[in-house]
Design a protein around this ligand. Sequence first.
Ligand code: UT7
Length: 325
Amino acid sequence: MDKKIKSYQSVITGVGASLPKSIVTNKDLTMRIDTSEEWIVNRTGIEERRIASDDETTSSLGAEASKIAIKNAQIENSEIDLIILATATPDNTFPASATLIQSSLGIDKCYAYDIQAVCSGFVFALEAADNAIKAGNVKNALVIGSETFSRILDWEDRGTCVLFGDGAGAVVLSSKEGTERGILSNHLHSDGRYADLLYVDGGPSTSSKVGFLKMDGQGVFKHAVKNLSAVIEEALEYNNLSVDDIDWFIPHQANIRILESVAKKVGLSQDKIIITVQKHANTSAASIPLALFDAVQEDKIKKGDLVLLEAMGGGFSWGSTLIRW
Ligand code: UT7
């Protein structure tokens, strides 16, 4: 028996994204609800968002993003061993929408499941895939964040409906030996005492309706700044790094003011933050891979760069992933 202990690193080898075709601007929203372009931009930084049409679903957007990620990773669909989809808006209560994506990719040999950690879902999914790779069980994992939050928005509630958008992003995480690249650390947290600050008031076990998103915006805002700052400092301390060592911060894109407050609190330079909230709004679990896709497309991230992903959302749940690119 081979007693040699192998050490695997999880390296992102491909990134993909997919957005619904329909763009809804702040001006469009002023025709539907009592709001103004100034209020939305000044309070959130959002200028427009994509909204899914009836034939665009969480699984269809996720599958499109996945195809691009797999192509960019230069592997075949059949080489994927694991699919994890982070979503709070699955096509159906079950089966896992990850299996629908698996089927549309024509893969029948991998395992696939959904993770539900709302806006933090993508970092939770990355951690699970990273562990599967480091355990030696998986060679290539597809990690997806895909959401259709427009389906759970109350379009009469101006305090929430202007904030969210639909979309999907995906990465291929590949097992590599003998490299210092890849995921260096994951730090995940949850605190269910705050479940009633951000939730959907419906679901199969409690009511017959799908329900609408409800949020205490100011309550979430305060916790977001505190928890995101803490999780950044936790990652830096664990890896014995200072904030200046990080080349790129890719935060969950909820509100530009949250990103600015966190940057100020931890002393990070604003020009290292990838910001896409202006064009995507808050796409929950999809926001980080969508922002990552943009950064890669724009050739911002170079091989060897340190990239810190961080997110916070309903639950509350929050976490970070540090990557040597
Ligand atoms: O993904 C993670 C989860 N989500 C978040 O991280 C979001 C966290 N929270 C936030 O981003 C902000 O709290 C919001 C953007 C949601 C709200 O910003 P705010 O500065 O906290 O505003 P507010 O809720 O205190 O509302 C201020 C005013 C209110 O009017 P009055 O009571 O002062 O007269 C609201 O009724 O703004 C009013 N308002 C609006 N006005 C125009 C609320 N929504 C709108 C709107 N258009 N869409």
